[in-house]
Structures are given as C-alpha cells and as structure tokens.
Design a binder for this molecule. Structure first.
Ligand SMILES: *Cc1c(COP(=O)(O)O)cnc(C)c1O
Length: 474
C-alpha cells in the first residue's frame, strides 16, 4: 500500500473568487436616505478615531461603499455628487470600467516586480504616452514614481544634477506636497508645515501674479511679480546658483489661482535666459482638467520638466517626471527610482485612463463644464456680494468668499457653504491660503444634468449664507 500525499491545505481565510464581483454601476443621481453623515458612517467614524492617527483630517466623515462616474454611494445608502474627484484624481470617473478591467487583468498577470529588478512594457508604454502628450516636440524621457510629492522631489534632484546648482525658487501660495522638501516648497504654514521644521535648505520664494490680490491691481500683476522674481533671483540668491523655478500653471491647494496673462511665459523666459530649469507642476492641472491636455498649453509654455500624478492613473498611485532628454539623462544609473516606482498595476490603469481621456476628448468635456458652471457662479457673485472672485479654467473652477463688498477673506463663509453642500449630498472642497475658496473638481465625465443639480445646491447654499451674513451685519 502506498501512502497518498495529502493535498496542501489552504492556509488563507480569504475567499478565492472564481469571478470578480462586479456591482452594477450606480445610477448618476443624487439620493439622500439619511442625514449626512448617516448613522453607520457616524459609528465607523468613532472606530476610526479609536484606531487612526488624529493627524489625518477629513472633509466629509462619510464612509464609502461604492463609487462610479460622479456618484459616491455611502454605507447608509446615500448617493452623493462628487465635485472633488478625490482631489482631481478620478477625472475619467470613479471606477471607470476600462480602468477596472485593466487593473484586474494586470493584477492577475503580476502585481509587482520592481522595475529596477526586472522590467515590464507597461512602464515604457506610460513613458512613451507622456513623452508624446506633454508640451513640446523636443526629445523627451520620463521617470515614473508613486506620489506627486515624489515626482516633485525627483524633478528637483534631476535639475540639481543637470545644472550643478542647488537653489530652488517657488511661488507664494504654492503647494507641492508633504515630504520634507516639498513641504518646504509649499507656502502655507498651517496645516502643512507647522511643527515639522527644520525645513529643507535652499528653497526661496517669489510672488505669484495673483490678479485678485495684486498689490498694484490686476493690470500690474504680471509686471510687478516678474520684477520681484528677477530682483530676488539676481540680487538675493544669484542666478548662477538657481537650479530650478517651479510653478503650478494654475495653483491648486493655494486657491485655484490663475496667474495673470504673461506671467508664466515671463517666468519661463527668465529661467531660460539664466540656464535655470523651468519645472511646471501639473500634478493637479494635467490630463484635460483645465480644458487642454496640460495647463501649460493655455499660454504656449514648454516646460523643461513637467511633473504629473493625480488623474494620470484613474485612481491608482502613479506619478511622473517628463522632460528634456538631456536633463532626464543627467542623473546617473541607479540614482533615482523606488521600490514601487511605476507599479505595473498602476501603469495598466494609466494606459486605460489616458486612452479614455484622448478617445472621449475629456479636455473638451472640461471646456463644456466651464461653459456650464462659470456663468452661474458669475451671476451668483453679482447677486450676492459675498464672492469676490470667480476663476479657473475648464473643470478646475473656484469662487473666493469675502466679507460683503470687500476683499477681506471670509473663511467662515466658505466653511459654512461647504457644510451646507455636504448636508445636501454634494461633495465640495475648500482651499486657499486664507481657507476661503470653494473649489469644484468634478470628474470630467459628469453628466450635465447631475452637474446642474449640484450647482442648484451650491447656489442655494451661497444665497442662504449671503442672507444670513447681511442680517448679521444689519
Ligand atoms: C497634490 C499635489 C501634489 C502632491 O501630490 P501627492 O500625490 O499628494 O504627493 C503636488 N503638487 C500639486 C500641484 C498637487 O496638487
């Protein structure tokens, strides 16, 4: 008699699905079943507070069950309209079917090898797509990473190596991330920097041409900001010490500030004249968000290096630095990279997301969104007197709240209006150096009817707040 070898016993308690569970896509409609947050979210929030670091903030303490397109379904059965896109990430819509399929297919083949150990073509395909899509027809190379902050850090490393210089110039109201270097490059003290010093050395700050708050008025904003930049670089730092000037073509966290016309071309030209690498941080503005594939294109800027992340991979973590081949190749082999840099599942998601963005002309959709939203916000500003500025491009739009009839920032108004929207099932975000800007970042695939419903809620919230503040002031 021969002993039979017992089959190995599965050691896992996790089910091995025979087919992927695929819930039906959500109907693109707002639906409130409970208060927001509902009872189950409140319960889960208590658990979160007992388990998760208090250092994480939250815009809306609602726990998510499922999301598709521009709708988020919470654990209490409420359907919320998403005007945040997880901070400009799900431009192709939440759980876009092509992205989900690409992720599942790639995950089933292999989830990870580390590109620095053995290679895969998805990484090269994403690099090729970025080399093709980013502004300029010069020879380019791309390096992939995981987070936006990592892309910015690496862009600085590359610029420093390529120029042999150390100083980095950034702008007022800038946001570049939360790592030590990128936090230093970020302007706002609370909550991004306070308590986290000492900061990285050799980071200098110049003014932003911020039309609404330009000391000499909007018509002088470009000229004045450029003059100050030149003065700071030439007289305080020394142009031959400056490796890079970094600018967001439209500032994100800092308040959706669109620089006054001519400022970005002026910065790029100044950088070129002094052998300084001009880096456009398009992490928030990229991939159709502003109505062009990249926001640099609105003023015909060709950055030397461009950083991308957020919408790049439809919700998977992936970031990139793309730029002039001679700069990108200045860093020696082995000097940049990362264990997860350009993860194959994230690359598969990116290829699917980029295909959707191009195939469905989502930049064109962003322009349609601008045409639908901007006139309504402008009318609201004229009627209520508490909106000092309405601005943005494409589907990156914002209103800056002020004390009636002044330019004095009103953070309390922004907070109250956002809270009203949340209670009505519309996810809006507040941003800005003075925390007084409500920003709208819908998925670019949002249906016009759904967006109109969200705008009705926002209008109602602003009008009610205007009446209240008028009564309080009277
Ligand atoms: C979000 C953002 C970053 C940081 O990206 P993370 O992925 O959060 O590290 C950097 N720059 C800009 C302009 C951003 O909007």
């Amino acid at each position: 008699m021969t002993d039979t070898i017992a089959p190995p016993v599965a050691q896992t308690s996790l089910p091995v699905p025979s087919a992927l569970p695929a819930p039906e896509p959500l109907v693109q409609r707002r639906l409130l079943q409970t208060q927001i947050p509902g009872p189950r979210s409140v319960e889960l929030q208590r658990r979160r507070e007992a388990e998760v670091s208090g250092g994480f903030g939250v815009t809306l303490p609602v726990f998510v069950e499922q999301a598709s397109g521009a709708i988020v379904l919470d654990v209490d059965g409420n359907q919320l309209i998403d005007l945040a896109s997880g901070i400009a990430v799900t431009s192709v819509g939440a759980s876009a079917p092509e992205v989900v399929a690409a992720v599942a297919e790639q995950a089933a083949r292999f989830t990870h090898t580390c590109f620095m150990v053995t290679e895969y073509d998805g990484f090269v395909d994403v690099a090729a797509a970025l080399n093709r899509l980013t502004p300029g027809d010069h020879e380019k190379r791309t390096a992939l990473f995981t987070t936006g902050a990592e892309a910015v850090e690496n862009a600085i490393k590359i610029a420093r190596t390529a120029t042999g210089r150390e100083a980095v110039v950034v702008l007022d109201h800038a946001y570049h991330g939360r790592t030590l270097l990128t936090m230093t490059m970020t302007a706002k003290h609370v909550p991004y920097k306070a308590g986290f010093g000492p900061y990285a050395p050799e980071v200098y700050r110049a003014p932003m041409a911020y039309p609404f708050r330009a000391p000499g008025g909007p018509e002088r904003a470009t000229e004045d900001a450029l003059a100050r930049l030149e003065e700071i670089v030439l007289t305080q730092i020394g142009a031959d010490r400056v490796a890079a000037i970094v600018a967001e073509p439209i500032q994100g966290e800092g308040g959706f500030i669109v620089p006054s016309p001519g400022f970005l071309p002026g910065v790029a030209e100044f950088a070129r004249r002094h052998g300084i690498v001009f880096i456009a941080d398009e992490i928030q503005t990229g991939f159709g968000r502003t109505g062009r594939m990249f926001a640099s294109e609105h003023e015909g800027i060709v950055p030397d290096l461009i950083t991308t992340a957020k919408a790049l991979a439809g919700g998977m973590p992936l970031s990139a630095v793309t730029g002039r081949a001679e700069l990108m190749n200045a860093v020696p082999p082995g000097s940049i990279g990362g264990t997860y840099a350009g993860n194959p599942v994230a690359c598969a998601a990116a290829l699917a997301a980029i295909e959707i963005i191009e195939r469905d002309d989502l930049a064109g959709r962003a322009r349609d969104i601008e045409h639908q939203v901007l006139p309504r916000l402008q009318a609201l500003a004229a009627q209520t007197g508490i909106i000092g500025d309405v601005r943005g491009r494409g589907a990156m739009l914002a209103m800056e709240l002020v004390k009636p009839g002044t330019t004095e920032p009103d953070a309390a108004a922004a907070k109250a209006i956002a809270a009203h929207c949340h209670a009505e099932g519309v996810i809006t975000l507040v941003c800005g150096t003075f925390s007084n800007v409500i920003r709208l970042l819908p998925p670019l695939v949002i249906e016009p009817e759904l967006l109109a419903d969200a705008l009705d809620v926002i209008e109602q919230a602003v009008r009610e707040h205007a009446v209240q503040s008028a009564e309080a002031g009277a």
